[in-house]
Ligand binder design. Structure first.
Ligand SMILES: Nc1ncnc2c1ncn2[C@@H]1O[C@H](COP(=O)(O)OP(=O)(O)OP(=O)(O)O)[C@@H](O)[C@H]1O
Ligand SMILES: [Mg+2]
Length: 505
């Protein structure tokens, strides 16, 4: 019989509005990669946060390697060989990789930090697990994928035998996902135990040995990955069949709504990010922009939504030139925006769901009694929030809940609901389903198609090729700040798009 590295038994965790973990028993074998999946708000993060000592369970027991354990803080969990790789990286940019890794636990020599030893330790760990990280590089120069590896090294440096990764691939491009999986395999080969949370079921199939499915706070089942399928896991997750492909009619595009001509813009480092972009989106059409992240998508969205200055070129909305209008004016003219970074641009976490549901339009009637007079009208805001909660199945269904208390996927739903509801002429949707469960992805895709059929122009920016292929009417590929091709979805495949996206066409 395989030995158990982690035993969480009969765990209950109550929050004021929900039972986040309802008699959960979660058993992880030593040396396996164990995937944990479930709908948004199912209780996955809560469960692993309990294991890492970030949350205390209301009842239930924890054992590590057969020994009962109790964690009052992450420090206790670390002492038991448990490590968590955070999704929002907590690295200090001006420091080097090695300085970040040893931070708080620096090796010393005669009372001074022994930086040579720190460098060597990081180099050894990096080589042992195939992490390919240079200990002396400054963190600020590194990509997200490398930052994540540094978080992994940090956890290993603190002696972790059991690694928890909560949606590690949400921030990675496909190439980086493959590299992460190689690292996870090599960690497993050397005896480490891995708990891996994801919404992408193909990742579950590709990397895990076993998978546990949660729904509404409970464990549905734990199964061996090679004895199940993506379809079966999805059905366990949401309690019904999931199609993975939306039914859709062909587009009937009408007048041009958004026109972009020869757009140029700089990135945060003042280097060219957009180098002459031109395209248009018509009403009743979804134009998908495919590309590896970092090829100008972020800057494009920011220019379109008034958050970044165009150096050159033109943006036209419904015949009106709106180049370099500020964010509020652009919104007034009819551009809706689902931002890619929900924490920075999409929500205010310590505001309620109701307040967030009018963010950016709070100054309009009926949310104020008279325009220009900022007396807030709470009644209509509450009513609107309640309607959106219903329509978009935001859980828990309470408009007074703080956005920061929602699960990641439900936070995303609040943003999506708000932006759809403003009835924009043109909707700019950047990574609209990132962190969203399969059932809700289906729902958001249906809503995007409905918006299209209701006459809107939709610009979809996504790193997810499956998403691009399944709902776009035309696909533009962006590479190094230029559009390198525009095609119909029936002429495109994941393989051909993938090649174009890397500049090989
Ligand atoms: N600090 C908190 N205060 C109140 N409620 C909370 C808190 N943290 C989580 N919850 C609630 O507990 C439930 C489970 O949340 P959890 O974050 O564990 O879900 P999840 O499965 O990780 O979802 P996702 O896939 O969206 O990340 C949700 O209903 C959430 O709103
Ligand atoms: Mg979560």
């Amino acid at each position: 019989m395989a030995t158990l590295a982690v035993e969480l038994r009969n765990i209950n965790k109550y929050f004021p509005l929900v039972v986040a973990n309802d008699d959960v028993t979660f058993l992880v074998q030593k040396g396996e990669i164990h995937a944990l999946v479930g709908e948004n708000g199912a209780g996955k993060s809560t469960l692993v946060n309990i294991l890492y000592g970030l949350l205390r369970p209301d009842s239930g027991t924890i054992a590590v390697n057969g020994q009962p354990a109790e964690f009052a803080s992450p420090g206790d969990a670390i002492d038991h060989g448990i490590g968590m790789v955070h999704q929002h990286f907590m690295l200090i940019p001006p420091l080097t990789v090695a300085e970040n890794v040893v931070l708080g636990r620096e090796p010393t020599k005669f009372g001074f930090i022994d930086i040579n030893l720190a460098n060597k330790t990081v180099r050894d760990l990096s080589e042992k697990y195939g992490l390919k990280v240079d200990p002396k590089a400054k963190v600020e120069t590194l990509s997200v994928g490398i930052e994540q590896r540094i978080e992994i090294i940090k956890v290993l440096y603190r002696g972790a035998e059991i690694l928890i990764l909560d949606e590690p691939t949400a921030v990675l491009v496909p190439q980086e996902v493959d590299e992460l999986f190689e690292i996870l395999r090599s960690l497993k080969d050397q005896g480490k135990t891995i708990i891996f949370i994801t919404h992408k079921l193909q990742e579950v199939m590709a990397i895990s040995d076993r998978v546990t499915v949660m729904r509404r706070g409970k464990v549905v089942d734990t199964v061996a990955t090679d004895e199940t399928s993506r379809q079966e896991i999805a059905t366990m997750m949401v309690g019904r069949q999931v199609l993975f492909r939306v039914e859709r009619k062909d587009a009937q595009p009408g007048e041009e709504v958004l026109r972009i001509e020869d757009l140029h813009a700089l990135d945060n480092k003042q280097l060219p990010a957009l180098r002459g972009i031109s395209f248009s989106v018509r009403e009743r059409e979804i134009l998908g922009i495919a590309g590896v992240e970092g090829n100008g998508q972020t800057e494009l969205v920011e220019v379109l939504t008034g958050l970044r200055k165009a150096e050159k070129g033109m943006v036209k909305l419904d015949g009106l030139v709106v180049t370099n209008f500020n964010a509020r004016s652009v919104k007034e003219k009819g551009i809706g925006h689902i931002p890619e970074d929900r924490h920075r641009r999409g929500l205010i976490l310590d505001y309620t769901v109701a307040q967030n549901s009018v963010l950016g339009i709070h100054y309009r009637i009926p949310y104020v009694k008279r325009r220009g007079l900022d007396v807030i009208n709470f009644g209509p805001i509450k009513k609107k929030a309640e309607r959106l909660i219903q329509e978009f199945d935001i859980r828990p269904p309470d408009q007074k809940n703080l956005a920061g208390n929602l699960s990641g996927g439900n936070q995303q739903k609040v943003i999506v609901a708000r932006e759809f509801d403003q009835d924009p002429k043109c909707l700019v949707a950047a990574q609209p389903t990132r962190g969203i469960d399969v059932g809700s992805i289906e729902f958001i895709h249906e809503r995007l198609l409905q918006a299209r059929d209701a006459g809107k122009a939709v610009l979809l920016i996504s790193a997810d090729l499956e998403e691009i292929l399944s709902i776009s009417d035309r696909i533009a590929v962006i590479y190094e700040g230029k559009i390198v091709g525009i095609m119909n979805p029936d002429e495109a495949s994941e393989a051909s798009l993938g090649l174009m996206m890397t500049g090989a066409y």
